[in-house]
Design a binder for this molecule. Structure first.
Ligand code: PEP
Length: 248
């Protein structure tokens, strides 16, 4: 069965609520494509107005982060039930910025993956290597280990609905993109890892995105690769280019 393409924007910390609503209006006609899952992962404060703005369109709402407890004394955090009630369907987990700037480790990331599934949210689980690991040639071992850690005690049925984003850190926000062959090599390796951990049917079902300076000019080639089922897009998700990526 062919996997459905999924193009997700990661807006990061970029839009105020009114700016977010304006961006939804700007992109509305550009992102129309019934063959693709389109997701806007937005800052927490933008979730409610964005959910309202995309109502009745083909756009799904995603969060950029959440915490693993449902409620309580966790100042500054936002819970899965809060996201669900606001209309969120997807949540980015393990983005390199959360790992590197906010110190999230694979134990927490694994807990977030399990909590997201238990709460009816679909994780977009990010993995990827630093430039040093890429240069050292050990990037595949590193990414395999990230996947194994982050999916500990996650079931095959859950993984069948999971989205994994391969994002080489050296390509995020740098304008430097992995070549389509470099991206395909790692995405194929991730699928093999899922086959080893689970089974062939699970590996066949899991959707794997590439992320890292994907733009209107390079999307079509990256997305033509057999193991790349979509993209996680930062900078270009804030511009009309995002519509070209959706329709690449
Ligand atoms: C990202 O942060 O997920 C990302 C891919 O960013 P950019 O497209 O800007 O490289």
């Amino acid at each position: 069965m062919a996997r459905r393409r999924i193009i997700a924007g990661n807006w990061k910390m970029n839009k105020t609520p009114s700016e977010a609503v304006a961006l939804c209006a700007e992109l509305k006609d550009l992102v129309k494509n019934d063959a693709v899952d389109v997701v806007y992962c937005v800052p927490a404060i933008d979730i409610v107005p964005v959910a309202e703005a995309v109502k009745g369109t083909n756009v799904h709402v995603g969060a950029e982060n959440f915490y693993i407890e449902d409620k309580g004394a966790f100042t500054g955090e936002i819970s899965a039930p809060m996201l669900k009630e606001a209309g969120v369907e997807f949540v980015i987990i393990g983005h390199s910025e959360r790992r590197d700037i906010f110190g999230e480790n694979d134990i927490l990331i694994n807990a977030k993956v399990k909590k997201a599934f238990a709460s009816g949210l679909t994780p977009i689980l990010c993995c990827g290597e630093s430039l040093a690991l890429r240069k050292a040639g050990t990037y595949k071992e590193w990414i395999k280990r990230q996947i194994e850690w982050d999916l500990t005690d996650v079931t095959a049925d859950q993984v069948k609905t999971l989205v994994i984003a391969y994002e080489p850190i050296w390509a995020i926000g740098t304008g430097e993109t992995a070549t389509a062959d470099q991206a395909e090599e790692v995405c194929a390796m991730i699928r093999e890892t899922i086959a080893e951990m689970y089974d062939a049917a699970t590996a066949e079902a899991v959707r794997i995105q590439y992320g890292g300076s994907m733009n209107a000019g390079n999307a079509a080639e990256l997305l033509s690769k057999p193991n790349i089922d979509g993209g996680l897009i930062g900078g270009a998700s804030l511009k009309p280019d995002f519509g070209q990526i959706v329709n690449a």
